[in-house]
Design a protein around this ligand. Sequence first.
Ligand code: TYD
Length: 209
Amino acid sequence: MESSEKKGLLIAFEGVDGAGKTTQAREVCAALAERGVDAVYLREPTNGPHGTRLRQLMVAGRDKVDPMEEFRLFLEDRREDVAQNISPALARGAVVCIDRYYISSMAYQGALGLDPEFIRVENEKIAPVPDLILYFHLPVEESHARIVATREGGYNLFEQQAYQERVAAVFDGMNFPQMVKIDAARDPAAVQQQVMAEIEKLLTSHSLV
Ligand code: TYD
């Protein structure tokens, strides 16, 4: 994407399942909107055709699909999200808070055996690079306990502990300069304080506040 088309900021909320990033992303958007900032909440997989197919596959079991095909489905879903939602919002100067992005593809499809670097390069051909990546870090045992305690029925193969351990290892090994690690084991208010402080820094450096 041409940088001249991008006036807004893109913030990716990332981490293993159960780390609380969805709550945080929604709250950040609400807090920014209250201050008059044009803030947009998005999530991937989307509710579009590819995203819907991906969710169905997760329920059916990931052994039904080959890792490369899964990677391609996430890429197609993202291509649509970029065209329909992300690029237009960035072009008009909005702050986009995205709940999972291609960093999740690197971790989750990387944990299936694909090369995370290949995943990054392919995604950066079609998707804008985030200005800030908030990595919600939580020991896998803790995220597992949270998921078991809070979800009914929806517990699927995506959330199996051994797989999550591999996913976490890929996240931990990433070296994006714009990635900030957030200790998600603390209470939500403390987490939110750190998240907002990081976002303030970003907005100030881009003169958006
Ligand atoms: P979702 O139901 O949104 O879970 P959560 O609320 O925990 O984020 O499903 C997202 C799942 O999709 C999650 O387990 C991670 C996975 N995923 C990938 O494997 N690759 C990707 O590129 C993305 C965006 C998500």
